[in-house]
Write a protein that binds this ligand. Structure first.
Ligand SMILES: *Cc1c(COP(=O)(O)O)cnc(C)c1O
Length: 231
């Protein structure tokens, strides 16, 4: 028999607690973002009923439709996908967090377009921790200047960093890319930034991310099962 969403959530929460305990960490310091892209509003509702509050989406139109159908629930929505500049207005209006800011132009637009009624939007800068193997994310060299600039924007609150490491090959240490992100985070904090978010780890690698200090893990498949292909 397939596990129910509530069972999957309970199993995942237990695995998170184990990974936290193995590393001397407090599991309550780890926020689970349930990645609901290409999953139905009903599947999100079932998890919400089981106590899940944070949901992550990649595709704007799909996310807006789902939010509309779930507007009776009090959920926190995280935008985690690539951002085209012409989508920033809707993202600024309908999300609590954006994890995937990788350039100043997008940050400036999100700040300018953030509705006054919503308070500052929480932002993570997406960092390239995989060098040539990845095309997305800000280069680590450019990170300090981007973070300084974002901190000057009035309607954003810079919370931390996010990464999606390129798939590791056999023999690679799965923790290595997460350690790079943690080091970048530590350097920013040492240079005076007040940060509290390290968004890293997905279904296949969240234990390694927790070992390296993840504050937010973004898990889809392990919670919802396989998703339908992108539209
Ligand atoms: C799809 C996605 C996830 C979740 O991936 P799973 O392997 O299904 O857990 C996490 N983060 C981002 C940015 C994604 O696009």
């Amino acid at each position: 028999m397939n596990p129910t969403p509530a069972q999957r959530l309970a199993d995942l929460r237990q695995a998170i607690s184990r990974a936290a305990a193995d590393n001397g960490r407090d599991a309550t310091a780890i926020t689970l973002v349930a990645v609901s892209k290409r999953q139905s509003a009903e599947a999100v509702r079932a998890l919400a009923m089981a106590g899940q509050r944070d949901f992550g989406e990649n595709y704007l139109q799909e996310a807006l439709d789902k939010q509309q159908r779930l507007r009776d629930l009090d959920l926190d929505w995280h935008f985690i996908g690539p951002i085209q500049s012409n989508k920033t207005r809707e993202i600024a209006a309908h999300f609590d967090w954006v994890h995937s800011v990788d350039r100043l132009k997008v940050a400036e637009r999100l700040s300018d377009q953030r509705p006054a009624t919503r308070g500052p939007m929480s932002i993570c800068v997406q960092v390239n921790v995989s060098g040539e193997a990845s095309k997305s994310g800000c280069d680590r060299d450019a990170l300090p200047a981007l973070c300084r600039a974002i901190e000057g924007l009035p309607h954003l609150r810079l919370r931390g960093l996010m990464a999606i490491p390129a798939p590791t090959r056999d023999g690679d240490d799965p923790r290595a890319p997460f350690a790079l992100l943690r080091e970048a985070f530590t350097q920013l904090v040492a240079s005076g930034h007040d940060l509290d978010a390290l968004s890293m780890g997905m279904s296949d690698d969240y234990p390694a991310a927790i070992a390296e200090g993840a504050s937010h893990i973004r898990v889809g498949t392990a919670l919802f099962g396989p998703r339908s292909p992108p539209l």
